[in-house]
Ligand binder design. Structure first.
Ligand SMILES: [Zn+2]
Length: 189
């Protein structure tokens, strides 16, 4: 199976769905699907550690740094259907800070893979804890899952919220509260 290309597999799927892959509208579909899937899973080729370590600074700053409401798009590994929403990432530095744009890249590296939201949340938190050695890290993801919405499972409009709190975000209730207040401010739903 190793040498079967995504294009060939998509042709098979189209046939199994009762479609005719030779009809005009579908002729280029296997190619398009392959390119789209490659793009949506390009996070596999990126090393999250390299993303962070390229932009570390020594800094005597010890207040909470928050990246709020970052859009992310991922795909659930159970159905290969999108889940997407907002990522909120915060940390309190001890001696190292990382460029904010790299935090966004980091979320993207983990999002562009087949994922489950829970794992993505802890992966982001763990790598920041390991590489920045901060006082604490908090990550909250809010997302809607098309595998639930489109298949009519659970309530329509339901949002899945996952969080990971490490270090002072776990041990200090005020820290966690400060972060959650920021995350929830301006939240419409
Ligand atoms: Zn799913």
């Amino acid at each position: 199976m190793a040498d079967v290309r995504i294009e060939d597999a998509v042709q098979i799927i189209l046939r199994q769905l009762g479609e005719n892959p030779e009809r005009e509208g579908l002729l280029k579909t296997p190619h398009r699907v392959a390119r789209a899937l490659e793009y949506l899973t390009k996070g596999y080729e990126e090393d999250p550690k390299t993303v962070i370590n390229g932009a570390l600074f020594t800094e005597d700053y010890s207040e909470m740094i928050v990246l709020k409401d970052l859009d992310f798009f991922s795909m659930c590994e159970h159905h290969i259907l999108p889940f997407f929403g907002k990522a909120n990432v915060a940390y309190i530095p001890k001696h190292r800070i990382v460029g904010i744009s790299k935090l966004a890249r980091l979320v993207e590296v983990f999002a562009r893979r087949l994922q489950v939201q829970e794992r993505m949340t802890t992966q982001i938190a763990n790598i920041l804890m390991d590489e920045l050695d901060p006082l604490g890290v908090g990550v909250v993801l809010r997302a809607e899952h098309l595998c639930m919405r489109m298949r009519g499972v659970e309530k329509q409009n339901s949002i899945v919220v996952t969080s990971a709190m490490l270090g002072s975000f776990r041990t200090h209730q005020e820290t966690r509260q400060e972060f959650m207040t920021l995350v929830n401010s301006g939240q419409v739903r």
